[in-house]
Design a protein around this ligand. Sequence first.
Ligand SMILES: [Zn+2]
Ligand SMILES: [Zn+2]
Length: 290
Amino acid sequence: MATGRTITIGAHVSAAGGVQNAPANAAAIGATAFALFTRNQRQWAAKPYTEETVSAFHEAMKNAGYSRDNVLPHAGYLINLGSPDEEVRHKSIGGLADELGRTVTLGLGLLNFHPGTSKGTLDEEDTCRRIARGIDEVLERVRDDRDDPALLVLENTAGQGNNMGATFDQLARIIAAGTHPERLAVCVDTCHAFAAGFDIRTAAGWDAMMDELDRAVGLERLAGVHLNDSLGELGGRKDRHRHIGEGEIGLEGFRRIMNDTRLDGLPLVLETPDEERWEAEIRLLLEMAG
Ligand SMILES: [Zn+2]
Ligand SMILES: [Zn+2]
């Protein structure tokens, strides 16, 4: 790796047994950044953290040498702020607000989530407006008095099932439709981008995607990257992750990505299927950088 670069990279590690276990799980695979679920991602409700859990988390963060900038929590998959079902939408707002509250309680600064879908019941513009209203409600429910309050991080999607976020214009539309744009950021998932039609296998394709991101939402909003190879083909709209170098994007694609200094300092997070391979994948990606 070239001197002078700060690359923070890791994986979405397990928080089994409690969030306080995640930092050590990340450190054990040589990660300098990580993602985690703030609670069970398959259920709507969860008990609040105990004081012991929160202090154990802070202790574990300190012991492993992580700061809030190294952590990109991922919200549960049930959340859909665009849902046409009022009950689901209501639960989604409550669920995301609960997770944002947990993010703040843990002293973290980012919460990554999928924008959502109206399942074809609304056009693109109205879907984005509906999602933006949900985001406003979440931000208004959760108190964060820090000088640098937590950001909600919209992830780009493969565009499957009418999910918003396959284009950066959709993310820009959501950001513009809300009343707290300063509290919103974006995260790029490489598998989703490829599946949505960005040919990031080539230098020209990667740069075109970054230019498009900059034009639509501004690079200053980029808060993290998910590093995943793609099982599905270019533009296939399939959200199927593969290990780095074993999918359609390929090793050369990731070599270019790892040499883009615009990603320096951002949490780069693997979400590839087999956790036994993350340590080796982190090493491989770092070797390709610089
Ligand atoms: Zn995600
Ligand atoms: Zn992702």
